[in-house]
Design a protein around this ligand. Structure first.
Ligand code: ADP
Ligand code: ASP
Ligand code: MG
Length: 411
């Protein structure tokens, strides 16, 4: 018998009609002879609403209580789906993270899954019951409620699929799969029928929120095939899998656009060993993830250091950097929240020259100034002024021919 983990996102459970739609799909999957474990996100908008409530009370809510609050959205959706399935004559039970035992570390608001117990879920499956599991939440070793970061129910889905050795993890969302760029900002975006874990990791880390990056890391580590598809149609979506010989290595498989970072520049940093470490250690101690880092060549014993951090951690990072800048006698600290990062991603880039220059030329033609650049084997990112972000994504999408032609041979 095939075991399928089906994860449904916020839009897919946005109202009672949509919850009934999910229940019908679950029923059909079972009738087709499969075992199903369901993972749900909160109803769309609910997590945002809860976060706003916390910030209405105070600017800096205690993160343990913040997680206790924002994990509640998923409790509502799983119970509603279980009731709906039962009303259709299907045995179903909702489960929260402590009931399954989805164990995480204690990094509230961005906890990482350490262990998933499967005994209870397997028992329910054997009894013919559909387990409906709350995504996004975990429990730490002390029994505190934790959450996995925004979009974290994807990671719950894949982690359960890995632990249960499921045949596939289906991620149901509001678009028909993974596209060459966000279909909501570029109407010419095209659906990819397949993409490798590595390409998807890059897309996710660069802002394609269709899958949370941790979910792709899990899928790659445990070799869980992911099928991203729409809960509103029966069309096949995108398979995220390991690379195989039949897969053509396309030059550029996608373009991403991300507005969630801010830029900090430390001006005239004395250029001597240890200064970068002094600037970045307090930031990493505060669990803030630094993304792009650029240091200019030193002129007259001083250099400028520019880097990006998530907007959510921006104020905290700025405070820490200002303190260090004073200590090391840097001239000043500049900050810019109005930036966007556009990136091109593709496994084929490894073996092709001229991709970067093509990207820069395409942006230059539109008069878009590049503020920062970073590259890896399979991606190139440019930071631009936020107001040009969407335009830059569309321009690159066209420049690399993603709006036409065959992307990847259908298998
Ligand atoms: P869910 O609530 O189902 O988890 P999300 O909003 O988290 O859905 O993710 C789906 C959204 O991801 C899409 O509506 C789309 O705007 C966005 N997205 C960004 N980049 C891409 C991409 N390359 N392919 C598909 N969707 C993308
Ligand atoms: N409900 C959570 C969020 O909005 C988790 C998720 O959607 O995956 O971030
Ligand atoms: Mg999501």
């Amino acid at each position: 018998m095939v075991l399928i983990v089906q994860k449904y996102g916020g839009t897919s459970v946005g109202d009672m009609g949509r919850i009934r739609n999910v229940a019908r799909r679950v029923a059909r999957t079972r009738q087709e002879g499969n075992d199903v474990v369901v993972v749900l996100s909160a109803m769309s908008g609910e997590t945002d609403r809860l976060i706003q409530l916390a910030y209405q009370v105070c600017e800096n809510p205690d993160l343990r209580e913040y997680d206790a609050l924002i994990a509640t959205g998923e409790q509502v959706s799983v119970a509603l789906l279980a009731i709906t399935l039962q009303s259709m004559g299907i045995s179903a039970k909702s489960f929260l993270a402590p009931q399954v035992r989805i164990i995480t570390d204690s990094a509230f608001s961005k906890a990482r899954i350490q262990d998933v117990e499967v005994r209870r879920l397997q028992k329910e499956l054997r009894a013919g019951t559909v387990p409906v599991v709350a995504g996004f939440q975990g429990v730490d070793k002390e029994g505190n409620t934790t959450t996995l970061g925004r979009g974290g129910s994807d990671t719950t889905g894949v982690a359960l699929a890995a632990a249960l050795k499921a045949d596939v993890c289906e991620i149901y969302t509001d678009v028909e799969g993974v596209y060459t760029t966000d279909p909501n900002i570029c109407p010419e975006a095209r659906k990819l029928s397949r993409i490798t874990y590595d390409e998807m990791l890059e897309l996710a880390s660069l802002g394609a929120k269709v899958l949370q990056i941790r979910s792709v890391e899990f899928a790659k580590k445990y070799n869980v095939p992911i099928h991203v598809r729409s809960s509103f149609s029966d069309k096949s979506g995108t398979f995220v899998t390991k690379e195989d010989d039949k897969m053509e290595r396309v030059l550029v498989s996608g373009v991403t656009y991300n507005k969630s970072e801010a830029r900090i520049t430390v001006v005239r940093v004395p250029d001597r060993p240890g200064t970068a470490s002094r600037i970045f250690t307090p930031i990493s101690d505060a669990h803030i993830v630094v993304d792009m880092i650029i240091q200019n060549t030193s002129a007259d014993g001083y250099t400028d250091l520019t880097f990006t951090v998530p907007k959510a951690d921006f104020k905290k990072a700025l405070k820490l950097v200002k303190k260090t800048a004073d200590e090391i006698k840097a001239q000043e600290v500049l900050a810019d929240e109005n930036i966007a990062k556009v990136s091109i991603v593709g496994a084929g880039m490894v073996s092709h020259a001229g991709v970067a220059s093509k990207m820069f030329t395409a942006l230059a033609k539109e008069g878009i100034n590049i503020l920062m650049i970073s590259t890896s084997e399979i991606k190139i990112s440019c930071v631009v002024d936020a107001k040009y972000g969407e335009l830059a994504a569309r321009v690159l999408h066209q420049a690399f021919g993603l709006d036409r032609g065959e992307l990847r041979k259908e298998l």
